[in-house]
Design a protein around this ligand. Sequence first.
Ligand code: SF4
Length: 214
Amino acid sequence: MTYSVKEIYFTLQGEGAHTGRAAVFLRFSGCNLWSGREQHRDAAICKFCDTDFVGVDGPGGGKFAAARELASAVSRAWGDNAAADRKYVVCTGGEPLLQLDAAAIDAFHDAGFEVGVETNGTIAAPGGIDWLCVSPKADAAVVQQSGSELKLVYPQSEDEAQPDQFADMSFEYFFLQPCDDENLDANTRAVVDYCLRYPQWRLSLQTHKILGID
Ligand code: SF4
């Protein structure tokens, strides 16, 4: 399989339960809920995306002809930046499960990485993932109903992606993350209010944006 990758870079995880953890971010190209082109945003299922996942032209991006080649690129990104005993790769996108397969997961493990995935939940996840984050979008059916954390951008709309739709799914953690649009302050207050009323849910902030970290 050839993997199409927008970018690969070393940073801190900014969101969710692993906030602050050193990680290689592996951003796969493409998504099944939006083309990534602005002219298609209004017609997309997911309309609030803040990520450029089009093409393979970002730092460390490219086409990788085999899983070992991809794992080598991830290893190079970790490099000498940090100690080698807690290596962590976050597979994101776009929608990483359009491409991430058992061969890639095995290759990451062989290279000494724990494997995290951030998915919109519309595709069943392969086995072997160490940390699975599902982030439902709009009215897209959630196929992957179990994992490590469910992280919901909130609010999305009045009748779509409401927290109580997901509260009975099988996740260790449930996060609400304020939608980063022109109403961010009001959205943040709405998340705080919801988490105060329903303690199953915790606040997740996009700390990388707050701190200006890529
Ligand atoms: S599902 Fe994720 S990557 Fe795809 S358009 Fe929505 S926010 Fe962006």
